[in-house]
Design a protein around this ligand. Structure first.
Ligand SMILES: Cc1cc2nc3c(=O)[nH]c(=O)nc-3n(C[C@H](O)[C@H](O)[C@H](O)COP(=O)(O)O)c2cc1C
Length: 224
């Protein structure tokens, strides 16, 4: 197996896990994941990411407080939400939503069912751990970009070690609450959470895989 085959295998086997077993991930494994993910490039090698990881009762304390927060408060993210999803992006967003709802048996138009499934975000999908990813506010968009690379690498490194992940903007949507809960200072932007643990492979929420656009829609080739 070539290095490319190994990498491709990790890239294609990773998926966003939405049901976890309760078993904790050993701290040494989490440290391996964070160390490996830290090898991503960043502008000026600033490495603007910081990772706050919960385990045990602390995850449950956060889960309960976050769920209560999301059930009765509107979102207050540090980063502006996307302005809108139109055209292709709207279609892709719909498709992955329908895939999830279909997998868990929620019919089109069942607003209550889809709302209930959406609220699973705030139960961290039952994961035993959540990582809160923050960036230095002064580094602005480029810091956020660097951290995006870190988030991806975290998910891939975890996958390589048999640990399932899901990045969650939904949690960052309650960024103000996350700051207050963990005492995160205002110079750190709450970008996303990554819930992680061992997959519950039998859960229907984990039974579908998303598609990717064909190469022709992504790659534009020019030669003179
Ligand atoms: C930055 C980021 C934020 C995301 N936020 C959420 C989220 O809040 N809730 C959720 O269910 N999935 C979330 N996802 C997962 C995406 O829906 C998922 O990556 C996409 O549909 C592709 O599917 P895959 O990860 O299974 O390949 C997020 C992914 C990324 C990269």
């Amino acid at each position: 197996m070539t290095a490319f085959d190994t990498l491709t295998d990790i890239l294609t086997s990773r998926y966003s896990c939405r049901a976890f077993k309760s078993d904790p991930v050993p701290r040494a494994t989490v440290e391996q994941i964070v160390t490996a993910a830290g090898r991503v490039p960043s502008w000026c090698n600033a490495q603007p990411w910081q990772v706050l990881v919960t385990s045990g009762d602390e995850t449950d304390r956060f889960r309960e407080a976050l769920f209560a927060q999301a059930a009765s408060n509107s979102s207050q993210p540090d980063l502006d939400w996307p302005r809108q999803y139109t055209g292709l992006y709207k279609d892709r967003r719909r498709t992955c939503g329908w895939q999830l709802y279909e997998a868990v048996g929620i019919e089109k138009g069942d607003r209550e069912g889809s709302g209930r499934q959406m609220m699973e975000n705030f139960r961290l999908f039952g994961a035993p751990h959540v990582a809160i990813i923050t960036s230095e506010a002064d580094l602005g968009t480029y810091g956020v970009m660097d951290c995006g690379g870190f988030i991806t690498a975290f998910c891939l490194a975890a996958q390589a070690l048999g640990v399932a992940t899901i990045p969650q903007a939904a949690v960052a949507g309650h960024g103000r609450f996350v700051h207050e809960f963990f005492g995160i200072p205002d110079n750190r932007l709450v970008l996303a959470a990554i819930s992680f643990g061992y997959e519950d492979a039998d859960h229907p929420a984990n039974a579908f895989r998303t598609e990717r656009a064909p190469l022709g829609e992504v790659l534009e080739w020019r030669e003179g």
